[in-house]
Design a protein. Sequence first.
Length: 254
Amino acid sequence: MKLFLIFVISCSLCFMFCAKSKNVPPPQAPSSEGLGQVMTHRVALGETWQSLSRDFYGDESRARELAQDNGSDLSRAPREGSAIRVLLTAREVDAVKAKLEAARVYNAGLDLASGGSYAEAALKFEEAVKLNPHFPDASFNLAIAYQKLGYQTKAIAILRDLLVVSPGSTDYLYALGASLFDSGDLGAARRTFSDVLDKDPTNRKALFSFGVACEKTGKPDEARSAFERYIQLDPQGEWADSARSHLESLRSRR
């Protein structure tokens, strides 16, 4: 699964666009076998019996069954490039086809987003979510596309829903803080960035953003501390010069 990050500086705050391409090689057409059907799937890098079970059945607990159907067990990971058989009911075949189509549409959205075509990308992510409602990467990137387009209320709603399911995700939490900041709710943004730092004290983008939010909400001591910590963590980083400028301005006001 490919991962790339795009960072944009806006209003002295770092906003994140994160996109993960969904690597779901299309299986061969299903063939009849008894009362069910069989799909043949070529194993991709990093796939496990658990991840395959989740992708095809929506249930990791069937990983042992899937491994046994292929003459293996959970102690032996499927070999990259090998072909495995996946037994499916007719209903499961339809669900898998919808997931594969959602992945195809989602990847097209990533290509559009990487080129800055956020409106078109949002349409693709919306379509992917309709095809597969349990597709958090598509929902997340839809929120980020809305964020880029200035639709912060929509982005905030999606991100809060994602955090209900994955409360430990600092990516979701940071993105929520960025949308809250851009919507003008600076106090809530500051608290959200603080929550990110509670989970990950060395999160550089959250630390920088927390400093900006503190500065803008009249908390200069906290802002100075945040920028100092940022510079200590990443003295040559992408926002180090900006952090020094903020820090110099704050110190001059004392």
